[in-house]
Design a binder for this molecule. Structure first.
Ligand code: URA
Length: 227
């Protein structure tokens, strides 16, 4: 096996280990990361400094601001979206546009907590032009940052919003309509995929499914995550 490929595999195994995995059975399918998780810092502030000056992919050329993520650095619940849109690119903050307003309502009205009590991040930290889906090589260079964020925040529940977040974080290509609402093991955390708030803005009738999924999260929180 090529030395470089071995290195990629080693990096990815470190990624999974940092998330609490002990066994990976699909080693040939492992993503090739060119951004070593092992070399990333052990504090969110230092990690953010690195991400702020990242130029690993072409999204860095068109971004106005890096959107690192925000929230309680010890949050039990972490939301993961796809990538910044126009409002997020302007402000440097995740989920501040219409989709963000809806996400905030979901957090406050269904989970009955403040938005500041969760942690919110994205698969890619820079806006894809015209809000297109991030390209595989953009995801590949940015994903180690998110994985490091997860390993530093150590959430008990990760809620992925939409297909891009679920498919890229888990490497499972099951359609979001089939997998949403499932409680899946993810390292030491539980992962629950649900629909993206932007999808709900276009398809309000799907809100009921997200309501059901978030009620499940609320129950788990009320039981102190002993599920
Ligand atoms: N959509 C996302 O996926 N993330 C954001 O931060 C905003 C909109």
């Amino acid at each position: 096996m090529q030395k470089i490929k071995k290195l990629h595999i080693l990096n990815t195994l470190h990624t999974y280990k940092a998330l609490g995995f002990e066994y990976i059975d699909d080693i040939q399918n492992i993503n090739q990361n060119n951004n070593s998780l092992k070399s990333l810092p052990e504090s969110l502030n230092n990690l953010e400094s690195i991400v702020q000056s990242c130029h690993l992919c072409q999204l860095s050329k068109t971004r106005k601001n890096v959107v690192f993520g925000e929230g309680d650095i010890n949050a039990d619940i972490m939301f993961i979206g796809e990538g910044p849109g126009a409002n997020e690119d302007e402000t440097g903050k995740p989920f501040v546009g219409r989709a963000g307003e809806l996400l905030t309502k979901i957090i406050e009205n269904v989970l009955k907590i403040k938005r500041e009590q969760v942690y919110i991040a994205n698969i890619v930290k820079c806006r894809p032009p015209n809000n297109r889906v991030p390209a595989p090589e953009e995801v590949e260079s940015c994903l180690p940052y998110l994985v490091k964020q997860i390993s530093l925040v150590k959430p008990k529940i990760i809620i992925t919003l939409g297909a891009t977040a679920y498919n890229n974080l888990t490497n499972d290509k099951t359609p979001i309509s089939k997998i949403r609402g499932e409680v899946l093991p993810f390292g030491e955390a539980k992962l629950i995929p649900t629909f993206h708030p932007s999808f709900l803005l276009r398809n309000p009738s799907a809100k009921k499914y997200v309501f059901v999924d978030m009620k499940k999260v609320k129950r788990m929180k009320d039981l102190d995550f002993r599920i």
